[in-house]
Ligand binder design. Structure first.
Ligand code: UGA
Length: 436
């Protein structure tokens, strides 16, 4: 099949590569000329393990090509809309203008038997209104479907090729059958297929992210209780996680969730529910957000408790991305805490194995250091903000010889408390009471 993928961001570029790896002929469309140039040179404009090799192979074999506009060249059998839906500047709702604009551009080029599939995360109801607008422009009823994507940054390609499930909400059976054909190699392996309405498909995605965010904030709420009661949130998570109904995943306490999806999706969900007159149904998501924000404030408070007035105090932040194996700093807890500390007057040095180049010229108030040994020199407090492997395997004795003060806050609960304490460190682990 000839497949078009509109928007070559995280989602679209990964999806284009995955579709070509399944054997389809793929055209990826990207409007941003700078990004298009990078991808045309077979480079990935962000850090994501495994993508660059595949892009190079697929471009060389001709299975994957790129273009700027959807009317550049052939009409595809199936188009996937993979453009972003960021949080609006004025409010908390999702900005669907890129999705609408992609849909309207497609409406001008598609044929009556073309299938258009939305993958972007949208407020429930978007697809129905988009279909109406597209059909008016196209002059025939457009086969529109929604097929949410659940890939995680850091494991994007694996998640696309080997998903837990495929969810398809199609306006008609023709569209459904066409999409099943696209995913045939994955479905033939026994991957569960959930066929739903378009509205359910839209809602599945935000509901899944809302549930994940709630899980993280739940354990972080327990961490708040643990901190004042002498309990240990990490041991608590282990104990409740053995219950299969609860499960042990997504129960890691620490400085909370960030990224381009979970935070904006829960806010967008609340905004959409309010528009639909059922805001009360997701009121709890406001608390999920508030708990998440409190974790960041907690680290600043701990720094003040330990160091006193923060003015001119030397603090090292280990990690800047919102999670390891990614250079994405959108709503990153580590970056946010670094900025809050800097605003309070501290001299904050930041280190990250891959994200410093993506930081570019932004936030000049943060001192950047690529060499960890130099970064650690004379620091009065070290904070572990992103659990990169490099930090998990740090040797506490060696790092202790570099810093000015053996004080560390483990924001991700990944360090071995005993060995750090044995090396003379005062270690503060969020949600735990580990001080000797
Ligand atoms: C998330 C979802 O997990 C994907 O299923 C979804 O497709 C994606 O959003 C999206 O909507 O596109 P992602 O943002 O890549 O994926 O990251 P996650 O692995 O979900 O982590 C999100 C944040 O939660 C990170 O900051 C992570 O550090 C934090 N987290 C995660 C915790 O603090 N504790 C945990 O136990 C798990």
């Amino acid at each position: 099949m000839l497949i078009g993928v509109v928007g070559l961001g995280y989602l679209g570029l990964t999806h284009s590569i995955a579709m070509a790896m399944l054997g389809h002929q793929v055209i990826g469309y990207e409007r941003d000329p700078a990004r298009l140039r990078v991808i045309s040179d077979a480079q990935i404009p962000f850090h994501e393990p495994g993508l660059e090799d595949q892009l190079y192979k697929l471009k060389s074999s001709g299975l994957l090509t790129v273009a700027q506009e959807v009317d550049d060249g052939a009409v595809c059998d199936v188009y996937f809309i993979c453009v972003g839906t960021p949080q609006t500047a004025s409010g908390k709702s999702a900005d669907t203008s890129f999705v609408i604009s992609a849909g309207m551009s497609l409406a001008k080029v598609i044929a009556p038997d073309t299938v258009v599939v939305g993958k972007s995360t949208v407020p429930v109801g978007t697809a129905a209104s988009l279909r109406k607008q597209m059909s008016e422009v196209a002059g025939f009823p457009v086969h529109l479907a929604w097929n949410p994507e659940f890939l995680r940054e850091g494991t994007a390609l694996e998640d696309s090729l080997d998903p837990d499930r495929i969810v398809i909400g199609s306006c008609d059976d023709y569209g459904l059958q066409k999409i099943k054909e696209v995913y045939k190699p994955i479905l033939d392996r026994g991957t569960p297929l959930v066929e739903v309405s378009v509205e359910t498909a839209e809602l599945v995605k935000v509901a899944a992210n809302a549930f994940l965010a709630t899980k993280v904030s739940f354990i972080n709420a327990m961490a708040e209780i643990a901190e004042v009661s002498g309990a240990d949130a990490v041991e608590l998570a282990k104990a409740i996680g053995y219950d299969e109904r609860i499960g042990n995943k997504f129960l890691r306490s620490g400085i909370g969730f960030g990224g381009g999806c979970l935070p904006k999706d829960i806010r967008g969900f609340v905004a959409r529910a309010e528009e639909l007159g059922v805001g009360d149904a997701v009121n709890f998501l406001r608390d999920v957000d508030a708990i998440n924000q409190r974790r960041r404030a907690r680290v600043v408070k701990l720094a003040e408790q330990e160091l006193g007035e923060l003015k001119d105090k030397k603090i090292l932040m280990l990690g800047l991305s919102f999670k390891p194996d990614s250079d994405d700093m959108r709503d990153s807890p580590a970056l946010d805490i670094a900025l809050r500390l800097s605003e309070a007057g501290a001299k904050v040095t930041v280190h990250d194995p891959v994200s410093l180049s993506a930081l570019g010229e932004k936030h000049p108030e943060l001192f950047r250091e690529q060499d960890l040994k130099t970064a650690a020199q004379d620091q009065e407090l070290v904070i572990l903000g992103t659990e990169w492997d490099q930090y998990k395997s740090l040797e506490p004795g060696a790092l202790g010889n570099l810093v000015g003060n053996r004080l560390i806050i483990d924001g991700r609960n990944v360090l071995d408390v005993r060995s750090w304490q044995a090396a003379g460190w005062r270690l503060i682990a969020l949600g735990r009471n580990v001080q000797q």
